[in-house]
Ligand binder design. Structure first.
Ligand code: G4P
Length: 190
């Protein structure tokens, strides 16, 4: 998506060979018009595929996910990150490890907001190691529902997440695919 690539080049900062800072339009301050365009592209890609709900993970996935949900006229569900397990029959939970943050959290979904007939579209801001997507897939599949696709705003293609999800047969659509980061350098895949 050209508009997104332009924004990343103008406002993004490669902090290291693995971290891209995009606080000015995605992770801290949010650009609503860019989020709307992202939602349009995401909605177009999975139209007519029988999606019933959009799932995202708090917090930076919410803006692109809500714009997509609006344009697909679908409900959106935010998966919560809890610090510890909840002893309740009412939720699905799974432990997710973040390599970027070197920490674990309990990804949590209320059983009220999913049913076995659902076809879920997962939306997130970044794809790095794929742990958040894998955790979301586990929760959806625990219920007996299906993950129809995964949409990502910025994929760091040099990290393992994309290959891993491709290998497992999931349909992944990313709007910006980054081949390489280095101090003050951002390179996209062709
Ligand atoms: P993974 O799901 O692909 O395995 O990613 P990982 O756990 O490694 O990432 C953990 C958090 O770090 C996620 O945010 C993810 O969006 C963010 N992240 C990963 N790589 C980058 C990067 O290069 N730049 C930025 N800006 N963020 C990155 P989170 O903890 O869920 O936070 P948030 O959604 O509340 O912002």
């Amino acid at each position: 998506m050209k508009e997104l690539q332009k924004k990343i080049l103008e406002e993004g900062h490669a902090l290291s060979e693995s971290i891209l800072k995009v606080d000015s339009f995605l992770n801290h301050k949010v650009d609503p018009s860019l989020m709307y365009s992202i939602g349009k592209s995401f909605a177009e890609h999975f139209k007519d595929m029988g999606i019933t709900k959009i799932f995202t993970i708090e917090s930076s996935g919410i803006a692109p996910a809500v714009m997509t949900a609006l344009q697909m006229d679908l409900p959106m569900v935010i998966l919560k990150k809890k610090e510890s397990k909840i002893l309740s029959e009412d939720v699905y939970q799974t432990t997710v490890h973040s390599f970027t943050k070197d920490s674990d959290y309990e990804l949590t979904l209320s059983k009220k907001y999913i049913c076995p007939e659902d076809n879920i579209l997962i939306i997130d801001d970044f794809l790095a190691n794929g742990e958040a997507s894998k955790g979301t897939i586990r929760l959806v599949e625990q219920c007996g529902a299906k993950v129809t696709g995964i949409e990502i705003v910025i994929e760091k293609s040099f990290q393992p997440g994309r290959k891993l999800l491709d290998k497992q047969g999931y349909h992944v659509y990313s709007l910006a695919r980054i081949k390489r980061l280095a101090k003050d350098t951002i390179e996209f895949m062709d």
